[in-house]
Design a binder for this molecule. Structure first.
Ligand SMILES: *Cc1c(COP(=O)(O)O)cnc(C)c1O
Length: 365
């Protein structure tokens, strides 16, 4: 299998693409995840043959067998990254190689085929070459890219499938928060968990999200925005949110704590924060961080700020933490200074407004 050029690449332009004026109207006020661009990228995999039939084609329904393995045993993985409109009108990505690498780590855990990493980048380049006009330009907006892979083989037996499809679709995303980030209210689930040791917590797979929906609904019924998952063994140590990693800032010590990798998703935003916080003079420590410590240190004021991070919402302060045993606030429920500084720093790099001293951005137009 060669990784030079997408295999059998075919470009089939949309016969009636969205007219420019209409596209500009749509892109100006997008609602996340409901509006998609004119095209999609798709490619197939067959055991023995490898990847084949790459194509850019009009966005639309795909046909598959009702016996496709993904519909029964959930062999499905995905990635999430954004294309940003730079101040000079160009388009850039933030650390797409890291998404390519992570997709393959997820593939390995789910017994799925790897995708040569250059092809991951090329698939996005090809899609943006036809749909670059869908990258919005307003402050803090972006075009959200969703690469994903699933088992398409028609077979009900339980074993890794022999056929897969890989697609990339794109959805314009508005500013997550219209007037700056509102501190999150979190619900601590002491009944459900998302990942145990040896499980799939480190893989970005749809199944992890399916398991998080019931506790997420419980969080919402309790007036919270998101659920905090604890470790599956003791229900004592913090893992992460349903789709975001967590950090705890101790300003007096200039130390930032975050749960160590293992059962959590290795976030690319999380990884970038290690570098940016270190450059700001903070020490970052990966550690077991208990619920007891979170509450006690928030109440004593030793813990000065807490925040969640991920591609979708970037960096978002945590204001209030609720659970069956009561509630407490971090930093009086307000967004903290360090959180907001980090947020601005990373946004400026992502949107091409600050110099990229880490070689994190990839200009593609
Ligand atoms: C995608 C994801 C994150 C955030 O990862 P980023 O690479 O920073 O976007 C965190 N937790 C979970 C469960 C995720 O699926």
């Amino acid at each position: 299998m060669t990784s030079e050029g997408l295999p059998d690449l075919r470009r089939e332009p949309h016969p009636n693409p969205t007219p420019t004026a209409e596209r500009e109207r749509l892109v100006a006020a997008p609602s996340f995840g409901t509006l998609f661009t004119d095209h999609m990228f798709t490619m197939s995999y067959t055991e023995g043959q490898g990847w084949h039939d790459a194509s850019i084609q009009p966005y639309g329904p795909i046909t598959m067998s009702p016996a496709a393995a993904v519909l029964h045993y959930a062999q499905e993985i995905f990635e999430g990254l954004k294309a940003y409109r730079y101040p000079d009108g160009g388009i850039g990505l933030f650390r797409p190689e890291a998404n390519a690498r992570r997709l393959n780590l997820s593939a390995e855990r789910m017994a799925m085929p790897k995708l040569p990493e250059p092809w991951f980048i090329e698939s996005i380049r090809e899609l943006l070459a036809v749909d670059g006009g869908w990258v919005p330009g307003e402050d803090e907006t972006s075009l959200y890219l969703r690469p994903f892979m699933f088992a398409s083989e028609q077979f009900l037996g339980v074993r890794p499938a022999k056929e897969y499809r890989y697609l990339v679709i794109a959805s314009p995303a508005g500013a997550y928060f219209k007037h700056g980030p509102k501190p999150l209210t979190l619900w601590v689930s002491d009944e459900y968990n998302r990942a145990g040791p040896g499980g799939t917590g480190a893989a970005k797979c749809g199944g992890n999200y399916a398991a998080s929906l019931l506790p997420q609904s419980e969080a919402m019924e309790n007036g919270c925005d998101q659920v905090v998952f604890l470790d599956a063994v003791n229900y004592e140590y913090v893992d992460e949110l349903g789709g975001m990693n967590l950090f705890f800032a101790y300003e007096n010590d200039q130390v930032l704590y975050t749960p160590k990798l293992g059962t959590i998703l290795p976030g690319i935003t999380r990884d970038a924060i290690f570098t940016l916080a270190t450059e700001a003079g903070w020490e970052v420590r990966e550690t077991d961080y208990s619920m007891t410590r979170w509450r006690e240190d928030a109440e004593s004021g030793a813990l000065t700020e807490a925040f969640a991070c991920g591609t979708a919402a970037v960096i978002t302060p945590v204001g209030t933490v609720k659970g069956r045993s009561g509630e407490f606030q971090v930093n009086g429920g307000e967004a903290g200074k360090f959180t907001m500084q980090l947020r601005q720093t990373i946004l400026d790099i992502q949107h091409g407004r600050a110099e990229d001293t880490h070689n994190w951005t990839m200009r593609i137009a």
